[in-house]
Design a protein around this ligand. Structure first.
Ligand code: C5P
Length: 225
């Protein structure tokens, strides 16, 4: 089976309160995006990588791409738009499967990605890396309305892996309906397609707020040991 990877990297990172989009903030001297791309480049089973970059991005350069399997395309308004544009850019190479991985998750473990790939191919069903929720979860605004039973709650991570044609159709449908699509699985769910939950390491954090930066640097140092 032919595998491709899409890396949405066209966000502005408003929650980071930084000068530059968060994917360019350095961790241990190297931009977050470069950490992510270099990690993914370790996937030898992948034939093509497509990075979605904002057209207003003044920081991107193709010199940041690790090897000749990588190319880039223009991103869109929302994350789902960026993923759809990247999928379309991959159309000429006709991949069977595609993994979508956030540029803002440089800490993902390759072992977990290999687990996801083998599970999806063995079961012939899409899936996502995820972890059972650890905290007690409340619904509410200023006051608690209720405690949500957490036994069946999972945090969705990336990568998320689906059949290329099915994900393309699901995203086109979801976006045309104006649905709130914050990950690929939610688009597949709208089509009543099954999504496997693959339990993964919880240090695959999405770098979002300033306090994530020292935590991410610490995790990178630990992984290097
Ligand atoms: O904003 P958030 O952290 O949810 O973004 C997740 C990923 O999606 C980031 O890697 C970000 O760069 C990307 N993104 C994108 N296009 C957008 C918005 C976000 O590629 N319009």
């Amino acid at each position: 089976d032919k595998l491709a990877v899409v890396i949405p990297a066209a966000g502005v990172g408003s929650r980071m309160q930084a000068q530059m989009p968060k994917q360019y903030i350095p961790l241990l001297g190297k931009p977050i995006l470069v950490h992510t791309l270099e990690k993914l480049a370790g996937l030898e089973c992948v034939s093509q990588f497509m990075v979605a970059v904002s057209k207003e991005d003044g920081y991107f350069s193709s010199a940041l791409l690790p090897d000749s399997r990588f190319s880039h395309c223009e991103g869109g308004q929302e994350r789902a738009d960026s993923v759809l544009l990247a999928l379309k850019a991959l159309a000429p190479s006709r991949p069977d499967w595609v993994l979508v991985h956030d540029a803002a998750r440089p800490l993902v473990a390759l072992d977990d990605i290999h687990q996801l790939i083998s599970q999806c191919i063995n079961q012939q069903q899409g899936g996502i890396l995820a972890a059972k929720v650890k905290d007690t979860i409340k619904r509410g605004a200023e006051l608690v309305q209720e405690t949500v039973p957490r036994a069946s709650l999972w945090q969705a991570f990336t990568p998320q892996m689906f059949r290329y044609e099915e994900l393309l159709a699901a995203l086109e449908f979801g976006l045309s309906q104006g649905a709130n699509i914050t990950d690929e699985a939610s688009a597949m769910e709208l089509q009543n397609q099954p999504v496997q939950l693959i339990a993964a390491r919880t240090d695959n954090i999405k770098i979002t707020t300033p306090e994530d930066l020292p935590l991410a640097e610490f995790i990178i140092q630990q992984q290097g040991k």
